[in-house]
Design a protein around this ligand. Structure first.
Ligand code: ATP
Ligand code: MG
Length: 191
């Protein structure tokens, strides 16, 4: 599969592949740092092309006030906070589940509305993996999306069915993480 990166490529590897998709589904998964950061990099690219962009942030709660939200809103992104924070801080998991279902309903209607060319569904995999939402409608909604709606999904342990509906799937592998040395998330770097 992978090309030998020690030699310069002398032929355009895309030469025989001239197809252009109307839209792409990206999944950023794995246990290393960079899944959401990469998604927000794509958000920036979409904005640069004049796209209407929406971001739905699951799990992370509205009062975290993450940097990406601040800048995203400034740049005109339609931003939806659909989380209640870490499960280990939760006092009522049933409430969190209800929030998750409402969040997915919001994401689903955004996809169907066909008003954005890019929709980022940040940390969506957790809702599936924890059994908080029914996964089949998620795969259906992505598979049957309006043709020009690009979608980025982030989160660890992407289920196989999600990988199957995606075009490009990247796994960020942890080589090291500061957290393991007891260093907490840092403003400007992690949020
Ligand atoms: P980022 O938003 O920095 O790109 P991410 O989306 O890849 O990170 P998440 O699992 O969403 O990773 O992580 C949420 C928070 O936990 C971030 O502050 C991130 O820096 C941190 N984090 C990411 N990977 C790890 C890890 N392997 N161990 C501990 N903390 C992590
Ligand atoms: Mg993330």
């Amino acid at each position: 599969m992978s090309e030998n990166s020690t030699e310069p490529l002398m032929e355009n590897p895309a030469a025989e592949k001239s197809g252009r998709a109307e839209s792409i589904v990206l999944v950023n998964t794995g246990d290393g740092k960079g899944k959401s950061s990469a998604a927000f990099g794509v958000m920036i690219r979409g904005i640069a092309r004049g796209w209407d962009v929406a971001v739905v942030q699951f799990v992370k709660s509205g009062n975290w006030n993450v940097g990406e939200e601040k800048i995203g809103r400034q740049l005109g992104v339609d931003w939806f906070n659909e989380g209640e924070g870490f499960t280990w801080n939760s006092e009522d998991l049933e409430h969190d589940k209800a929030v998750a279902r409402k969040g997915w309903a919001q994401a689903q209607s955004l996809i169907e509305a066909n008003e954005h060319q890019l929709i980022v569904l940040d940390e969506l995999t957790y809702l599936i993996n924890w059994g908080w939402i029914d996964p089949e409608p998620v795969y259906e909604a992505i598979r049957n999306r309006p043709p020009k709606v690009n979608i980025v999904v982030t989160g660890r342990d992407a289920p196989q069915e999600l990988i199957d509906v995606a075009d490009t799937v990247s796994e960020v592998r942890k080589v090291k993480h500061a957290f393991d040395e007891g260093i907490l998330a840092k403003k400007g770097i992690d949020y």
